[in-house]
Design a protein around this ligand. Structure first.
Ligand SMILES: *Cc1c(COP(=O)(O)O)cnc(C)c1O
Length: 445
């Protein structure tokens, strides 16, 4: 076995190599990975002390600090309150909680809290095979950790969406405590408006998991779940929302029913599931939120346009992109069926060999037991868009991808072109280059 010094040397070397490889040499099309601005990254460094602190305790109905159990909190309490207020402002709601360390943690606290508040363990969810996150599923957090009983929305494969009429029947019959929307393979807005009434009828809380699309919602390019009738947004803060890795829950404390739910969710956060809450990310969340307030509309618009452009171009060039008659997508991602070219596993690996990074993905109609050999790819355009890709650049990137997918060029050859292309787009747009720049922008405004 290697000795300790040797292992540490190799560890540091691998960390450095990773930065060079993924940040400088690869083009990232993984739909769940956001791209932080230099200002957000710098804020993370500047908050290094905060990263080591504790702030256990209770929050109030505005999401502000009510009680903390340790001393030394005077600035930390301000930081928690300001960061929470910034997110409430951006998403136009009266309550928020940023103590969640991930999107899964946000779901844990929300599902636990809502099943307690509703005194009902049934939850209607999108089937895992149709794009829900594992945390919604009986095989994951919802079932295996929280013991909730899952009932599936009816999914329409052609529409790549929940069938509102059939799901209304399911909800009416099941009388669940929670109905969820949102997902990980998520091309089109879910029918929240259409199902709000039946959810009210059976007194179910509506939880919308915006992990993938939070930045698009902030930019006004995707459905606004709270406006359409969702009681809560649960989300990660690092996919299309370009903050540090973490989680958030948002809602409106507008009546007794909501206040009861918020209290139960807060209890599910502390003391049930969090001790330290990774406070070091909070100032950086605030900077990312400011960037979304200022540049989010433009960024979200271009992101969706780029995804649609890629869908159209790949489709015209003989690759089966799903939902051609629906414009391929209204989010940052497209789903592609590459079974004609050797399947998702092979193509994802070939593209990795060309330094284009994305993930293979099961499509709703695939054999769900064959996780390792799906026919699909999920491709996200939030990272390249933030680096400044416009439609022409997307087509150029698609040409490189097509040459690999169709086996026309060796991945190792294409890799050189990918590295060169990446070099042209080495700046992060739609954001600030430093904390100083963000602060001076705000103080002038
Ligand atoms: C990514 C994702 C999550 C989990 O977020 P983490 O921060 O990775 O825990 C939850 N729900 C959906 C729909 C997601 O796509």
């Amino acid at each position: 076995m290697d000795n300790l010094a040797d292992l540490v040397f190799k560890l540091v070397e691998a960390a450095r190599n990773h930065e060079e490889y993924r940040d400088k040499e690869c083009i990232n099309l993984i739909a769940s990975e956001g791209l932080k601005s230099p200002a957000v990254k710098q804020m993370l460094c500047l908050a290094a002390d905060l990263e080591g602190r504790y702030a256990e305790g209770e929050n109030d109905r505005e999401g502000h600090v009510k009680k903390r159990y340790y001393q030394g909190q005077k600035y930390m309490t301000l930081i928690e309150n300001y960061a929470t207020d910034i997110m409430k402002n951006l998403f136009n709601c009266t309550w928020g909680d940023l103590r969640l360390v991930s999107g899964t943690h946000a779901n844990l606290a929300t599902f636990k809290g809502l099943s307690t508040a509703a005194k009902n363990r049934k939850m209607v969810v999108t089937p895992l095979s149709c794009g829900a996150h594992i945390s919604h599923d009986y095989a994951g957090l919802a079932g295996s950790v929280l013991g909730l009983e899952n009932i599936n929305h009816v999914y329409n494969f052609e529409e790549f969406n929940i069938d509102p009429d059939k799901s209304a029947d399911v909800i009416r019959a099941a009388k669940p405590g929670i109905v969820t929307f949102g997902g990980s393979l998520f091309l089109f807005p879910h029918p929240v408006k259409e199902l709000k009434e039946v959810c009210d009828e059976v007194e179910a809380y509506v939880a919308y998991d915006a992990s993938h699309v939070l930045g698009l919602i902030a930019g006004g390019e995707f459905q606004d779940p709270l406006k359409e009738g969702a009681d809560f947004i649960t989300s990660s803060s690092h996919k299309t929302f370009p903050g540090p890795q973490g989680g958030v829950i948002l809602g409106n404390a507008k009546d007794q029913r909501m206040e009861k739910a918020i209290k139960a969710i807060q209890f599910a956060i502390f003391p049930l599931s969090a001790s330290n809450t990774h406070l070091g990310r909070l100032p950086a969340v605030g900077i990312a939120a400011l960037e979304m307030k200022l540049f989010g509309a433009e960024l979200a618009k271009q992101t969706v346009k780029n995804a649609q452009t890629a869908g159209q171009y790949l489709y015209e060039n003989g690759v089966k992109v799903v939902c051609p008659d629906k414009g391929f997508t209204r989010s940052h991602q497209i789903a592609v069926d590459v079974c004609d070219f050797g399947g998702g596993k092979k193509i994802a690996q070939d593209l990795e060999d060309a330094n284009i990074i994305l993930n293979k993905n099961l499509l709703p109609y695939n054999n769900q037991n064959d996780r390792d050999n799906p026919s699909g790819l999920r491709i996200g355009f939030q990272d390249v868009t933030r680096r400044g890709f416009k439609e022409g650049d997307i087509k150029h990137l698609c040409d490189l991808m097509l040459s690999v997918i169709k086996g026309k060029r060796k991945p190792s050859e294409v890799k050189e072109d990918v590295i060169a292309l990446k070099k042209e787009f080495n700046q992060v747009k739609y954001g600030f280059q430093s904390v100083e720049e963000a602060v001076s922008y705000v103080s002038k405004a």
